[in-house]
Design a binder for this molecule. Structure first.
Ligand code: NAD
Length: 495
């Protein structure tokens, strides 16, 4: 990564940061240093924003058709490029299996195209007028500059979900990727070189850089995706600045497995949605509730499929890579030790002895039973290759358990019973409900959570409106004095 060391992207160019503070990025699969990023300070952030402000004026004045064409050209270039360097860097930075890195990138251009078209589909709404000969409407306008503060786990897709919406709406964007995924994000920036206005910038850094961006007077809206704890801090900073924000926080999703299911299907769905990206997806299944009638049969099959997963370097043929950072690794270790100490029954992956954490942040995946509410695995988002498993006998009992969670991001139900599917999806408190199809999203449908999992939505029309201002406009083409205007006539005076 030496060519991108200490670099940032502004004015459609890579520039070298003058910040003296840097951070080494460690490859979690082998603990080698990939390079170092700059912790950019307030002064550099101010310069980037001053340039963005001028460029936004040009971009915001383009017609929606012109912006749409430019965004389609970005998508075309992505579709026609060799994305090997991008996928490989993502795998090296965050430990993501390379197949999943390519899988993430494969969904990027469709989101750009969706917003390119969506923004020209409608620019507001004309209301039925309350007075004759009056045009009474709602118009949608750019907000100015949007900030995008991002997590490590989907550095390109999650970035593009909000960045494409904001650009399509006519804004300029400042991106602050995760410390752990900055090189991946910077490599992607080259696709924006071609825009006629230099409206995309990407600065590197930590919480101080993020805070400097949020506090800047020219940032008009903040879009944040990350943990619930950071979301709260970002919300507080936005409140101090009286600034709108869109927050995508953490989750600790449940999966209910009904007795009305094919058991092999249920076990495959469960391991995929729990262990994908080593359990480091905001919508990873962390808790499984299995109907008591099939519990033992399901458990046996789950353990068989679980043991067949391969743990190792994401650049080789493995399903489960390392955790992304030492902090994540230590937190996960603490969760399993806490469960162990408090009497949980833990089934470790069969390769426990072979999994070598001295060579990378590799953790032994585990299935945890006999959990209690005072254990960390029940209290918090685990974000690790662990699942808890319990049985239930009545669906109402299972729904009650799910709804007790402080989070409300995603939820999965595995059933063949349509009546049960509709009943459960209506009664679950979560922003994303999947029946027999975990982890899937759709550019055209809003993505986000209930409760402590977030505020607002990305994707879909709501995801575009997050980055647009709404204005009420009333235009009378004829200068007609209305009967309620001053001065009042004698008849209009009341006691
Ligand atoms: P994180 O909260 O540690 O960091 C996210 C970003 O916030 C980083 O860029 C970080 O530098 C920045 N940041 C940290 N403190 C800040 C502050 N005080 N002010 C401004 N910026 C600050 O998250 P992470 O570990 O990178 O990502 C994992 C988390 O993200 C998990 O909790 C996961 O559930 C969540 N997530 C949620 C969604 C969703 O759609 N709801 C999607 C992906 C990830």
């Amino acid at each position: 990564m030496s060519s991108l060391n200490k670099k940032y992207y502004s004015g459609s160019k890579f520039k070298r940061s003058i910040s003296k503070k840097t951070l080494d990025v460690v490859n979690p699969s082998n603990l080698k240093i990939l390079g170092s990023i700059a912790i950019q300070n307030k002064k550099e952030v101010n310069n980037v924003l001053a340039s963005l402000k001028k460029e936004q004026l040009k971009w915001g004045k383009l017609s929606t058709l012109e912006r749409s064409k430019e965004l389609h050209n970005v998508a075309n270039q992505i579709d026609n490029s060799n994305l090997k360097e991008l996928a490989k860097t993502m795998s090296q930075e965050v430990g993501k299996p390379i197949t999943e890195a390519y899988g993430e990138i494969a969904n990027v251009s469709s989101a750009i195209r969706y917003f390119a078209e969506m923004a020209r589909n409608e620019g507001g709404n004309i209301a039925g007028a309350t007075q004759s000969d009056s045009l009474q409407m709602e118009t949608k306008e750019p907000m100015g500059i949007s900030a995008h503060i991002l997590p490590f786990n989907f550095p390109i897709l999650i970035m593009i979900w909000t960045v494409a919406a904001s650009l399509a709406a006519g804004n300029a964007v400042i991106i602050k990727p995760s410390e752990q995924a900055s090189f991946t994000s910077l490599i992607f920036m080259k696709f924006f070189d071609q825009l006629s206005a230099k409206v995309v910038s990407c600065v590197t850094g930590d919480a101080t850089t993020g805070k400097a961006i949020i506090d800047h007077k020219d940032v008009n809206i903040v879009s944040f995706t990350g943990s619930a704890e950071t979301a709260k801090k970002v919300y507080q900073s936005c409140a101090e600045n009286f600034k709108p924000c869109h927050l995508e926080g953490g989750g600790s999703d449940y999966m209910i497995i009904s007795d009305k299911t094919d058991i092999d299907f249920a076990a495959t769905a469960a391991i995929t949605s729990s262990f994908h990206l080593s359990g480091q997806i905001c919508t990873s299944t962390e808790h499984i509730l299995v109907h008591s009638k099939i519990y033992n049969k399901f458990k046996k099959l789950l353990i068989k499929k679980f043991n067949a997963l391969r743990v190792g370097d994401g650049l080789k043929k493995n399903e489960i890579g390392p955790l992304a950072t030492i902090t994540a690794y230590n937190k996960a270790n603490n969760i399993i030790e806490d469960a162990n100490a408090k009497g949980a029954l833990i089934t470790y992956h069969k390769d426990k002895k072979r999994i070598d954490s001295s060579k990378g942040y590799f953790l032994c995946p585990a299935i945890i039973e006999n959990t209690k509410s005072n254990m960390l695995c029940e209290k918090d988002e685990m974000f690790a290759p662990f699942i808890t498993m319990k049985s239930y006998s009545k669906i109402s009992e299972a729904i009650k358990k799910v709804n007790k969670s402080k989070f409300g991001l995603g939820f999965n139900l595995i059933t063949k019973d349509l009546e049960e599917a509709l009943y459960v999806s209506r009664n679950i408190e979560a922003g994303l409900v999947w029946v027999n199809n975990p982890l899937i999203d759709n550019d055209a449908l809003p993505f986000g959570g209930f409760k402590k999992s977030g505020i607002g939505r990305e994707l879909g029309k709501m995801g575009l409106d997050t980055f647009r201002q709404t204005k009420m406009v009333i235009v009378d083409n004829e200068q007609k004095k209305h009967d309620w205007w001053y001065p009042y006539s004698n008849k209009q005076f009341r006691d």
